[in-house]
Ligand binder design. Structure first.
Ligand SMILES: CC(C)(COP(=O)(O)OP(=O)(O)OC[C@H]1O[C@@H](n2cnc3c(N)ncnc32)[C@H](O)[C@@H]1OP(=O)(O)O)[C@@H](O)C(=O)NCCC(=O)NCCS
Length: 190
């Protein structure tokens, strides 16, 4: 698949490249990012290099990863990926992180919206369902998913492996046919 850049004029999403290595290493020192994701700890340059190799392969195989930037050519400030899954590859799972200094401005909700639109488009990935999972307690991530139209679907016991330990995870899904806009009916406390 060719690289696609996505933007709504506020966030810019583009494939991370080798020019982003230092930026990625710096971002991934952030404890709140390692706390809620599966990145290696401690995160070193070699991890970013391996990650970028995987990104190139991912794009070639239709598993896109975008760096989130505040301007078209700006430094990397976050990451969003979308992985088609299953035999027919009509379902996908997404993941994301954002540096603390940009949080609280709805940037990741915008990015997730753009990525879902891309994932559902018949002339892009043509997905019918996109799934979000987060370790139980990750309320900031849940708020992003809810705002991006994902509906809460439950809790998977020990459903999420993280660096050798499994954790309970929340799961939510958005269908191509779901209305755009924040989803209602998330249980209190999620
Ligand atoms: C998840 C993440 C991308 C959200 O970024 P963001 O949207 O800019 O974050 P915000 O600070 O705006 O928080 C989003 C919502 O969560 C709420 N929130 C933030 N931190 C919270 C916390 N510790 N407890 C409860 N709610 C929290 C905010 O109030 C906001 O809700 P609102 O819009 O209804 O007021 C960011 O927090 C992050 O990168 N975290 C670390 C990595 C991660 O968790 N990735 C997702 C893995 S599934």
């Amino acid at each position: 698949m060719e690289d696609y850049q996505l933007t709504d004029g506020v966030v810019w999403l583009s494939r991370p490249t080798s020019a982003d290595i230092d930026g990625i290493v710096e971002c991934c020192q952030e404890p709140s990012i390692s706390r809620w994701t599966t990145i290696p700890v401690p995160y070193r340059r070699v991890h970013a290099e391996k990650f970028l190799d995987g990104v190139v392969q991912g794009w070639a195989e239709g598993r896109p990863t975008w760096a989130l930037r505040e301007t078209a050519g700006g430094p990397v400030a976050g990451m969003v990926d979308l992985t088609p899954e299953g035999k027919d590859r009509t379902g996908g799972q997404m993941g994301f992180w954002l540096v603390p200094r940009l949080r609280g401005r709805g940037l990741m909700s915008r990015a997730v919206g753009l990525v879902c639109e891309f994932g559902f488009r018949p002339d892009r990935l043509g997905l019918v369902r996109i799934e979000w999972r987060a370790m139980v307690g990750n309320h900031a991530s849940a708020a992003v998913a809810r705002r991006a139209g994902f509906r809460y679907e439950g809790r998977l016991r020990l459903g999420g492996p993280q660096r050798g330990v499994r954790h309970d995870v929340w799961i939510a899904g958005r269908l191509a046919t779901d209305p755009i806009g924040p989803a209602a009916e998330w249980p209190p406390g999620v």
